[in-house]
Ligand binder design. Structure first.
Ligand SMILES: [Cu+2]
Length: 150
């Protein structure tokens, strides 16, 4: 009987101790933790599902500065929203490249150092490959980028 009482006392003591420890956190701290958790979850979803669109909207057109280089495109991926009018301002920073996005009927030569303007409407969702369409060296076959329309 005595040992049961001892166990009960210990359990009650521990419960009170836990309660006091929790209560010591101010409401602001609790809220901060909660917000942090929520933000973490939201951020996780963002990276998987909804990308921040690239570039900026100028006069109703999504304008995105891009670079082509041996061997890739920047930014990669390019992200836009479905239905947007898109203007790519693409500059090769080294040799002659080409930029081809088959699904949007785009294929332009990119002379080094010259900004080439490409306009299209992102009228379908999906992830589309940006190819280099001009032989530019040993890595040409692996010179890809991508554009994601959401
Ligand atoms: Cu190339």
């Amino acid at each position: 009987m005595k040992s049961i009482i001892r166990v009960v006392v210990v359990v009650v003591f521990l419960t009170v101790l836990i309660f006091i420890t929790r209560a010591q956190k101010t409401p602001a701290e609790m809220d901060g933790e909660h917000r942090h958790q929520m933000h973490g979850q939201h951020h996780g979803k963002q990276t998987e599902e909804v990308l921040t669109p690239s570039g900026e909207i100028i006069d109703g057109v999504r304008v995105i500065k891009m670079e082509a280089f041996q061997y890739g495109f920047k930014p990669d991926p390019v992200a836009v929203k479905k239905g947007e009018k898109v203007r790519l301002l693409v500059t090769s920073t080294d040799v002659v490249h080409g930029i081809m996005i088959r699904e949007f009927g785009i294929n332009e030569k990119l002379p080094p150092g010259k900004e080439v303007v490409i306009e299209f409407t992102a009228d379908k969702t999906g992830t589309f490959t940006i190819h280099c369409s001009v032989f530019c060296g040993s890595g040409h076959g692996n010179m890809y980028g991508s554009i994601i329309v959401q």
